[in-house]
Design a binder for this molecule. Structure first.
Ligand code: ATP
Ligand code: MG
Length: 572
């Protein structure tokens, strides 16, 4: 977000490329490049902790960080911030790599692990101890909390604050060697007990943890805290712009303090607003709970806001980049309407997705005056938005499937579909006029009967007469049966996390978030559908093959409906 009218490329303005304002991070980087700070380098990173799967909020950070490197000819690192052994796992490492790659962020050969720097970090800590800037403290975490003071009252000094350098060096080494039980000692920075910023009131740098690390095994008994570790990781890698979310604004003085005390290379931390979305939750803890307790089918359940969930649902990296472009980069927190995300994939798929015909709730349509054994193939346009996609053949015969809702026995005047006496166009086929219907014993319509006009082949009017509407269909002789999964939002309130809600966020799970349709009828071309392709089922929505599909049983996920059905409900 920026009100500036600085242009990205002022030298090269043309009518086709309208001026785009630089967001505040682009402005900072542009300025740094102009003043020669960091010697003209731009080097960013994405630093996930491997303690869960990535979600759309992380996608925003990945797209921003890798995007800045790309835009300014710089480099981008993927770095696992694996400093907390108890919650981390290689499963997460692998999924994160897959997701970052899928988004198109290129880390080249710069895949790093913070745990590989533990030795260096230890040396740095020893250096601070020697400078009298860090001490070993025997208070428990709870005692530290109790003595931290208030904004007006300084923290009570730890009884161990003035230990000698020799004693601190000895104790810190013995902490490392595993001589002391978990939680019994910490290493703390000696900064300012009266600082209005609590992060500077002698923050903990190391704690003793008795857990096995997924890469280091049992080598380490002490683990660095985020604030201590993060700036060092950035510094070691030569990061220029360390982009993080707003919660870390009050940690920046500490980030700076550590690097200044050590006198090492010093990147610039920059904070931006994290992404929040309506109708979803984004905390790793809650996503994990949804998975563990089987509220969803797994991390990649297509209703999840995870990157793997969105991928399985049929979202494309391009749609996520478009989404990030639409929402921009701001310095204040806000919540984005999920419709913006849905519109991004609609925009991409309207342009790119090939059209096919599929009937989700089929009833038979029989053309009484069409020869019993006749088969023909008609020509359908693959994508009206892209001529290069060409055409395909669609089989046609006497018996077809149409959507149940495209027939109504007693229809109001406005109804523009089939009803006795009314004529409609079958897409790419013929004009048909409804004659009658057949019902079962319970009065349900099981067959619609029509006559067709042989002169209207291809759906062209033979004499200039117009029809009420056009409906889609699938030939019954060659139809492919499929399962179709219709997804809706996972929660039925805008903010499931709202502290004013009466219930827990799980009380707001949308019971209709998944509707499984068996026996959908697809045109035969869809038997060749591929996993990474998406289709518009004409008049129905955008769909993608699910990973559980087999040649015998195609399974399709609805990526998104054609229009925003929630807006319709809201405007009723
Ligand atoms: P936690 O730290 O509680 O485990 P986290 O979501 O912050 O959860 P990290 O692995 O630390 O997880 O996140 C990696 C990066 O992604 C961080 O730089 C963080 O700032 C960024 N990030 C996380 N959530 C969002 C979000 N909702 N919007 C934008 N960036 C985010
Ligand atoms: Mg974090």
């Amino acid at each position: 977000m920026s009100n500036s009218d600085v242009n990205v490329n002022p030298e090269n303005q043309s009518e086709e490329t309208p001026a785009r304002s630089l967001h505040f991070i682009e402005q900072i980087i542009t300025n740094d490049l102009e003043t020669g700070r960091f010697n003209g380098r731009v080097h960013t990173r994405f630093p996930p902790e491997p303690n869960g799967y990535l979600h759309i909020g992380h996608a925003k950070s990945i797209i921003l960080n890798s995007g800045m490197a790309q835009e300014f000819g710089g480099l981008f690192n993927l770095r696992f911030d694996d400093t907390n052994p108890s919650k981390e796992d290689v499963e997460y490492v692998e999924s994160i790599k897959e997701d970052v790659k899928w988004l198109g962020a290129d880390w080249g050969d710069r895949l790093f692990f913070a745990s590989d720097y533990f030795e260096q970090m230890y040396e740095y800590a020893v250096e601070l101890i020697k400078k009298g800037k860090a001490y070993v403290c025997d208070l428990t975490a709870e005692q530290i909390r109790e003595t931290r003071g208030t904004p007006a009252i300084p923290a009570t000094p730890s009884p161990w604050r003035d230990r000698s350098v020799e004693e601190n060096l000895d104790l810190f080494k013995r902490m490392r060697d595993g001589e002391f039980p978990e939680g019994s000692k910490t290493l703390r920075a000696k900064i300012d007990l009266a600082s209005p910023n609590f992060n500077l009131r002698d923050p903990v740098m190391y704690r003793i943890v008795a857990a096995s690390h997924h890469r280091q095994g049992n080598k380490w008994h002490i683990y660095p805290m985020y604030d201590w570790a993060h700036g060092l990781e950035d510094s070691i890698e030569g990061i220029t712009h360390s982009i993080c979310t707003l919660e870390f604004e009050h940690h920046r003085p500490l980030y700076d303090w550590f690097l200044d005390q050590l006198g090492v290379y010093h990147p610039q931390q920059i904070e931006f607003a994290r992404l929040n979305l309506t109708y979803t939750v984004m905390s790793k803890r809650k996503l994990l709970e949804l998975v563990k307790n089987n509220y969803v089918e797994g991390w990649d359940d297509p209703r999840m806001p995870t990157i793997c969930g969105l991928r399985r649902r049929g979202y494309t990296p391009e749609a996520l980049r478009l989404f990030c472009q639409k929402i921009g980069v701001a310095k204040f927190n806000s919540t984005i309407d999920t419709t913006v995300l849905e519109n991004s994939i609609r925009e991409v798929l309207n342009r790119d997705a090939q059209r096919r015909m599929a009937v989700l709730d089929p009833i038979k349509l029989v053309i009484d005056n069409y020869p019993e054994d006749k088969r023909e193939t008609l020509v359908a346009i693959n994508n009206p938005e892209n001529e290069a996609d060409g055409t395909r053949e669609v089989p046609f015969s006497k018996t077809l499937y149409i959507e149940r809702e495209d027939f109504m026995e007693d229809a109001p005047k406005k109804y523009r579909r089939l009803s006795p006496g009314r004529e409609v166009r079958l897409r790419y086929a013929y004009y048909v006029t409804c004659k009658s219907c057949v019902k079962d014993a319970d009065g349900n319509v099981v067959e619609v009967h029509c006559d067709y006009d042989p002169e209207s082949r291809g759906g062209q009017s033979p004499d200039g007469r117009k029809v009420l509407g056009t409906i889609h269909w699938v030939d019954a002789n060659s139809a492919v049966d499929a399962q179709v999964r219709l997804y809706d939002r996972l929660f039925n309130v805008e903010n499931p996390d709202d502290p004013n809600n009466l219930g827990d966020y799980k009380d707001y799970l949308n019971p209709e978030s998944l509707k499984i349709v068996e026996g959908a009828k697809l045109e035969p071309a869809l038997a060749d559908a591929k996993l990474d392709e998406r289709y518009q089922f004409e008049r129905v929505g955008y769909f993608a093959l699910d990973k559980t599909a087999t040649p015998e049983k195609p399974v399709f996920n609805r990526v998104v409906s054609l229009r925003d059905s929630w807006a319709k409900i809201a405007n009723k």
